[in-house]
Write a protein that binds this ligand. Structure first.
Ligand code: ADP
Ligand code: ZN
Length: 209
């Protein structure tokens, strides 16, 4: 089973992806994380993508497809994947059709004021790549590995506003593209509240996988 997550910045896609990985054995793939990992290793793809990312605009299609397929073609992904941050445009959705079959699309709805508030409060662990809200962690330190948490370059207000605009204009129309296999949920509430209908929906399909 392959699933994609749609939802604006800060809507909690990464959190849902982690829960789905745990409960259903799906492999979570975030194109944003793949780019950031490549940047950290000074990889060619990452360094090319970085200038777009810092501005808050989409990385060109060819670079994004390259980084996605390098991950999706690894053997563990046979189990099924949960895509977080891909596709983000009609071009990407069409390209994806040629790579894997998408069974379901989960769309997370969240008002923009709440998206902005959450993104400005987001810090990430440079080692584990997991995001945390500054109010939920002690001493700005990663609860898993103890690293100092940092703010992403593109989580500053100006870039966040641009990213939300790009989301509404280019990514949100994908809801129509996936209308025949869509689950709509609200991103408001605790991570448990948000995940509940997702788990119920997928569990009904016949348990694991
Ligand atoms: P967010 O969803 O909060 O914007 P991500 O970590 O998913 O954060 O993405 C960060 C940046 O990486 C995006 O603003 C964009 O520049 C780039 N990026 C990630 N995924 C894609 C994609 N599918 N297509 C183009 N660019 C992407
Ligand atoms: Zn960590």
């Amino acid at each position: 089973m392959n699933i994609i997550l749609l939802g604006p910045q800060g809507s909690g896609k990464g959190t849902i992806a982690r829960s789905l990985a745990k409960d259903f054995g799906l492999i979570p793939i975030s194109t944003g994380d793949l780019f950031r990992e490549s940047i950290a290793k000074k990889g060619k793809l990452g360094l090319e993508a970085q200038k777009y990312m810092n501005k808050g605009v989409l990385v060109p299609l060819d670079l994004t497809i390259k980084i996605l397929t390098s991950r999706i073609n690894q053997p563990d992904c046979q189990k099924g994947v949960i895509l977080d941050g891909f596709p983000r445009s009609l071009d990407q959705a069409k390209a994806l059709e040629k790579i894997i079959k998408i069974d379901y699309c989960i769309n997370i709805d969240l008002p923009h004021e709440e998206c902005i508030r959450r993104v400005l409060e987001r810090r990430i662990c440079p080692k584990c790549h997991q995001g945390y809200n500054i109010n939920w962690v002690k001493d700005n330190t990663c609860p898993k590995c103890g690293s100092k948490l940092v703010q992403r370059d593109d989580d500053k207000l100006e870039a966040v506003k641009i990213r939300l605009e790009v989301y509404e204009k280019t990514t949100a129309p994908l809801i129509n593209f996936y209308s025949d296999r869509l689950l709509k949920i609200s991103g408001l509430g605790s991570p448990e509240d948000v995940y509940k209908p997702v788990k119920a929906f997928l569990s009904k399909l016949g348990g694991k996988n």
